[in-house]
Design a protein around this ligand. Structure first.
Ligand code: SAM
Length: 264
C-alpha cells in the first residue's frame, strides 16, 4: 500500500526510536491507551502487549482493514476506523466504562494543532499525552514568554499541561522521509490549572483574550485588543504598562490577571 500524503503518512521504521518511544511511555498493565493514527501498527502491538487495552483510531479505511486482519488474534486491542477530530471520545469511554486514557500518537503533522486542541478540550479524560510532532511545532508548544516561537499555542499548552521535549527524531527514521525534523514530547495535564493561575474569568474568555492578543504579533496588546474591547474601555482599564507590551513578552500568568480584570 502506498503511503497517502493527504493523511500525513510517514511510518516509523527505526527500531531504536520505537524502543525509545515505548520506554518513555512505559505502558503498565493497568493502562488504557488511545493511539491516534496507528498506521501499520509500528507501536500498536507492543502497546497492546504491555497495557490493559489499546483503542487505536485510524482514518485510512484500507490501512485499518489491513491492521485489523494482522491483529485479529490479539485481545486488548480495539481498532476504530474514524477521523479522530470527529470521534466522540466522551461517549466511547462512557460506553467502555473507562475514566481516563493515556494518549500516544505519531501525529500526522497537518493536524497537529487541531488534535492538540481536541485533546485539551477533553483533558479531564486524559492521564498524559505522548506525541511525535514537527521539531518547530515542539518548540512552539513548550516556548515561554520571550522565546521567539512563543504564541497562543504555547499559552494553551502552559495552561493545560506541563510539557517536555523528550528526544529528537531524524527524518531517516520514517518511510517516506518527511522534509522536517521531529521531536517526541510528553504533556502531563495540570489538574489545578485554574487555581494555579488564580483564573476567575471563564476559560473561554481567557482564551479569547489570548487569541486576540496574538492576532497581530508585532503590535502592542492595546492595538490588538482594541478590536475586541474598544479603545475607551482599554483607556479606562488603566493597565498602561501591560497594554504597551507586545504579546510575545507577556507570560500566561499576566494574561490570566488581565482576563480577571476584564471579565472576572
Ligand atoms: N503510528 C504510525 C507510525 O508511527 O508508523 C503511523 C504514523 S503516520 C505519521 C500518521 C497516521 O495517522 C497515519 O496512519 C494516518 O492515516 C493517520 N491519520 C491521519 N489523519 C488522521 C485522523 N484525522 N484521524 C485518525 N488517524 C489519522
Amino acid at each position: 500500500m502506498r503511503p497517502l500524503k493527504r493523511f500525513g503518512q510517514n511510518f516509523l521504521v527505526d527500531p531504536n526510536i520505537k524502543r525509545k518511544i515505548l520506554a518513555a511511555v512505559h505502558p503498565g498493565t493497568g493502562d488504557r491507551i488511545l493511539e491516534i493514527g496507528p498506521g501499520d501498527g509500528a507501536l500498536t502491538l507492543e502497546l497492546a502487549f504491555a497495557s490493559r487495552w489499546v483503542y487505536a483510531v485510524e482514518i485510512d479505511k484500507k490501512r485499518c482493514a489491513c491492521l485489523s486482519s494482522q491483529t485479529a488474534g490479539i485481545s486488548r486491542l480495539t481498532l476504530i476506523c474514524a477521523d479522530i477530530l470527529k470521534f466522540d471520545l466522551e461517549d466511547f469511554l462512557r460506553r467502555e466504562k473507562v475514566d481516563r486514557v493515556r494518549v500516544v500518537s505519531n501525529l500526522p503533522y497537518y493536524i497537529t494543532t487541531p488534535v492538540v486542541e481536541y485533546l485539551f478540550r477533553r483533558i479531564d479524560l486524559i492521564d498524559d499525552i505522548f506525541l511525535t510532532v514537527q521539531r518547530e511545532v515542539a518548540q512552539r508548544l513548550i516556548a515561554k514568554a520571550g522565546d521567539p516561537s512563543y504564541g497562543s499555542l504555547s499559552c494553551f499548552v502552559d495552561y493545560y499541561c506541563e510539557a517536555a521535549v523528550l528526544f529528537a527524531i531524524a527524518p531517516a527514521c520514517f518511510r517516506p522521509k518527511p522534509k522536517v525534523d521531529s521531536a517526541f514530547i510528553h504533556l502531563v495535564p495540570r489538574r489545578d490549572r485554574k487555581e494555579r493561575l488564580c483564573l476567575r474569568s471563564s476559560e473561554e474568555e481567557f482564551f479569547r483574550l489570548i487569541r486576540a492578543s496574538f492576532g497581530q504579533r508585532r503590535k502592542t496588546l492595546r492595538a490588538s485588543l482594541s478590536r475586541l474591547l474598544g479603545r475607551t474601555f482599554l483607556r479606562r482599564l488603566g493597565e498602561d504598562d501591560l497594554l504597551e507590551r507586545r504579546p510575545q513578552t507577556v507570560p500566561v500568568q499576566e494574561f490570566a490577571r488581565l482576563s480577571n480584570r476584564i471579565f472576572g
